[in-house]
Design a protein around this ligand. Structure first.
Ligand code: XMP
Length: 518
């Protein structure tokens, strides 16, 4: 359907980022393992191939290698970091250990007559992001150097006749000045991509294929109120309207008024059957007296699926089951492509992918967003008319406020935390810093402290403010919220939220802390 770029994964940490950048250039791409058979690659007729970086050295026997034939397909190749070294090594060049390994922002000098670096707003020298301990010390025949740094003579090199390009630095990373322009140049000017991957087409095409596949059958979707399942619901609603049933389990651990907001959105704005299962009491009962974090998580998870699958059985399983799985979920769980390969990165069971009980059998499983990255999912959501607050919702853990109430969970504590969290979110939004923070929320540590209110001594709850900035949630920095904002939040929490008499600010980064407190 679309022109295809293949991102060959050699295990680098930025492989998904490379694929996202390619998509941002309007080019459809798939990530395949480095050892995908060459016939399979040829059969997909890609217009371009990108080798990702990798944690290895080409001289390490265990490191991922590739046969020469890939360079004889006549398909342009761009090698990045390890991918660049591998290209040089495989074609007869030489790779050596660096005298001074380069890491981080590095002044780089470019030959702007090169197709990758000309025609974009790139000065003769600019910073690039480097991360390597080996370097290409001799080029293969037919190649010439197109960029260098003080420590790396071949920071970029190419053989234009064979359309082979290589960069030692990471153009996909924001720190590389004009890096996106370089990727775009490779795709458009070397490979000849037209940029035919646009979300308008995606919606029309997906709605068409969903209608065809579903026919007059029913579809059931588990809706969490998170971005992915919400966009999947909106898309399915557009495709099959009332043949869609969304099951929304409200365990009472969502943020203030969130359950009602989700219900309103999907019953007022979209055509579908919407089933809300309210089971707060059941959850509170199961959680009574439980304080151990792991046990709390287990109970919430188990109860959730019990309630969910019971409702699914009630609704009937005569049609399809849909879920909001997105492309990174599939990559991370080892279902990255049609061939059944996963990425070389850690393969794990992803929390978004639901394991179905054996007695439940549907005609099939539908994952309408299975090809998309998160940014693309958000764009589709906006185009389908989902409210801003849903599309740009911050990540919210499956166990909900359950992991933000330390110790036993009670109705009263949920209420205090919901109110406190709503105040915090409102102030952050009003101050305009919400876009800079990846996640911000209130925590109820179940600590009572002494305070004074008028003439009275109080002994009430402490609220902790947690706010982080991060790229990928693997590491995170505590966010530097301006003092004035903190002052307003603190003031309002103590004045407006009953049973709160003290506010503290969590200034722990991850690691050593995690984002959530439990
Ligand atoms: P941590 O606390 O591990 O959180 O630093 C990293 C990110 O993951 C979210 N998180 C969860 N998401 N189910 C989820 O769907 C969970 O059990 C869960 N625990 C943490 C957390 O909110 C943060 O965005």
């Amino acid at each position: 359907m679309h022109q295809l770029c293949i991102v060959l994964d050699f295990g680098g940490q930025y492989n998904q980022l490379i694929a996202r950048r390619v998509r941002e250039c309007g080019v459809y791409c798939e990530i395949l393992r480095y050892d995908t058979p060459i016939e399979e690659i040829r059969a997909k007729s890609p217009l371009g191939i990108i080798f990702t970086g990798g944690p290895n050295s080409v001289y390490d026997e265990a490191s991922p290698h590739i046969g020469r034939e890939i360079f004889d397909l006549g398909i342009p190749v761009l090698g990045i970091c390890y991918g660049a070294q591998l290209m040089a090594y495989t074609l007869g060049g030489e790779v050596s250990p660096c005298e001074h390994s380069e890491y981080g922002m590095t002044e780089t000098f470019y030959d702007r007559s090169d197709v990758l670096f000309g025609g974009i707003a790139l000065p003769e020298s600019a910073t690039s992001w480097m991360s390597h301990t080996d370097y290409v010390s001799r080029l293969p025949e037919g190649f010439h150097i197109t960029a260098h740094t003080d420590n790396c003579p071949a920071a970029a090199f190419c053989d234009p006749a064979r359309k082979l390009y290589a960069v030692q630095f990471h153009p996909e990373v924001n720190h590389t000045f004009a890096g996106r322009g370089m990727i775009d140049s490779f795709l458009k000017n070397v490979c000849g991509f037209h940029g035919d991957w646009v979300m308008d087409d995606f919606i029309a095409r997906t709605v068409g294929s969903l209608r065809e596949r579903i026919g007059d059958k029913r579809v059931i979707l588990g809706l969490s109120g998170g971005v992915d399942s919400s966009v999947a619901a909106a898309l399915l609603s557009r495709a099959v309207g009332r043949q869609l049933t969304c099951v929304f389990v409200d365990q009472g651990l969502m943020r203030k008024d969130e359950g009602d907001f989700v219900e309103q959105t999907f019953t007022k704005l979209f055509d579908m059957h919407f089933v809300r299962v309210n089971c707060k009491d059941k959850f509170l009962e199961a959680l009574r007296g439980v304080t151990d974090p792991e046990q709390k998580r287990r109970i919430i998870g188990t109860e959730f699926y019990n309630v969910f699958w019971d409702e699914i059985r009630r609704q009937g399983t005569d049609g399809f089951f849909a879920q909001g799985t997105i492309y990174p979920d599939r990559i991370e769980s080892g279902r990255g492509n049609q061939a059944g390969h996963g990425s070389t990165a850690v393969i794990k069971t992803h929390h978004n992918m639901v394991k179905m009980p054996e007695d439940i059998q549907f005609a099939g499983v539908i994952e309408p967003l299975g090809e998309l990255f998160k940014d693309e999912v958000r764009r589709v959501g906006e185009m389908l008319g989902l409210p801003y607050d849903l599309v740009w919702r911050q990540p919210f853990p499956g166990p909900g406020l359950g992991v933000r109430i330390i110790g036993e969970i009670t109705e009263e504590k949920i209420h205090i935390l919901q109110e406190a969290d709503a105040v915090l979110r409102e102030e952050i939004r009003l101050s305009g810093i919400d876009k800079e923070l990846k996640q911000y929320f209130a925590v109820l540590p179940d600590v009572h402290t002494v305070g004074v209110m008028g003439d009275h001594r109080t002994y009430d709850h402490l609220i902790a403010i947690r706010a982080v900035t991060t790229d990928d949630f693997m590491t995170a920095d505590w966010a530097h919220i301006p003092y004035e904002v903190l002052a307003r939040v603190s003031n309002r929490l103590c004045n407006e939220v009953e049973h709160v008499n003290r506010v503290v600010y969590d200034i722990t980064s991850k690691p050593p802390g995690t984002v959530e407190w439990e």
